[in-house]
Design a protein around this ligand. Structure first.
Ligand code: KG4
Ligand code: ZN
Length: 332
């Protein structure tokens, strides 16, 4: 009999539930809070938690219906336990625990960052050693997987994450939250005319984006004070070019040092069209999840849970807890 896995993701502003039958994704149901938070210019944690409560039951029912399974069929409940917003994570975890009080099955805690990497398995085969660039709203990590489910962080951001930097620079250009897609779109018809710095473009595997963010703020403010108009397309292009160049250079450095069989970009920023094109052109054997699996979703939670079951890495006696600051290499 196939294992039925129910997967729950609520770490930030998406309420998402997926149903798997072993390796097969049967359904994915997601309610995004993006529209609400675009009015606020960013996620309001307290409101996000309340929206998860409002939506979890509907999203759950829709996922079961689409998969054509009943709650009695569920064998495992996989749930994101971190990193993310504490209140939002707790809503998903409490939902999983409540459901499990009725069903009495096994809960599988999932590290959201590891799940972003395993989102690749939804469409591809992962080859090891594998080098993954994880770029999301909250994280920027270069990760080496020597083998299945073995995560080693090679470098990370010392300050802001890439997605966060996109969001802040987008706000400066009066674009809605989340800002990544807006900058992506503007940059398509822009040119490199603004002299922004290449952030931490050195020989280490760490990143830093606060410098380019401050430079962008200073440049825009100076122009505003002089009543000069910013060409948003060119600004977006100039900003994005520097970000992508540095990401590419760091991956090249890690590739030379660790000789992976395969490279990937995962996480919300991997939806960026120019980043995708650059990596596909300049590296061989690159995997990138399709756009709907790049940003937060429960399919990646379920696919990682299934790998953990197959590799007998599920600890049935574990106490399920919330870990807002979980790192990519942390086992849960
Ligand atoms: O992985 P994700 O959905 O949530 C986190 O775990 O953080 O990533 C969200 C981030 C946001 O900062 C958003 O602006 C960025 O991904 N993003 C993009 C694009 N689409 C989403 N950044 C650049 N270009 C895009 N097309
Ligand atoms: Zn994420």
């Amino acid at each position: 009999m196939a294992n039925i896995i129910l997967a729950i993701e609520t770490s930030c502003d998406e309420t998402s539930i997926a149903v798997f039958s072993d390796d097969n994704l049967l359904s994915l149901s997601t309610n995004t809070q993006i529209e609400t938070f675009s009015k606020y210019g960013g996620v309001v944690p307290e409101l996000s938690s309340r929206l998860h409560v409002d939506n979890l039951l509907y999203v759950y029912e829709a996922a079961l219906k689409e998969a054509d399974v009943s709650s009695k069929d569920i064998d495992y409940i996989a749930v994101t336990v971190g990193p993310g917003l504490k209140g939002s994570l707790l809503m998903g975890i409490n939902f999983a625990k409540t459901l499990n009080m009725i069903l009495n099955k096994t809960i599988i805690p999932i590290n959201h960052l590891q799940a972003h990497i395993y989102s690749l398995l939804l469409d591809n085969v992962i080859k090891y050693p594998h080098l993954s660039l994880l770029v999301s709203g909250g994280h920027t990590d270069l990760v080496l997987l020597e083998n299945e489910l073995q995560f080693k962080s090679l470098g990370q951001t010392l300050d802001d994450a890439v997605g966060e930097t996109y969001d802040k620079v987008a706000r400066l250009l009066d674009l809605p939250y989340p800002g990544g897609p807006g900058i992506d779109k503007l940059a398509k018809t822009g040119q490199d005319t603004y002299n922004l710095p290449y952030p931490k473009n050195d020989l280490t595997l760490d990143f830093s984006f606060s410098g380019i963010k401050s430079a962008a703020y200073n440049l825009v403010n100076q122009k505003k004070m002089k009543n000069e108009i910013i060409n948003k397309n060119n600004f977006a292009y100039s900003f994005q070019k520097r970000i992508i160049t540095v990401l590419e250079n760091k991956v090249e450095l890690a590739k030379l040092k660790y000789q992976p069989q395969q490279i990937s970009i995962v996480g919300g920023v991997s939806a960026n069209s120019e980043l995708r094109t650059t990596f596909l052109q300049n590296f061989s054997d690159v995997l990138i999840p399709r756009v709907e699996y790049s940003t937060d979703n429960a399919a990646m939670i379920g696919v990682l849970a299934n790998q953990k079951i197959k590799n007998k890495k599920v600890n049935a006696n574990l106490k399920i807890n919330v870990f807002p600051d979980l790192k990519v290499e942390n086992i849960v």
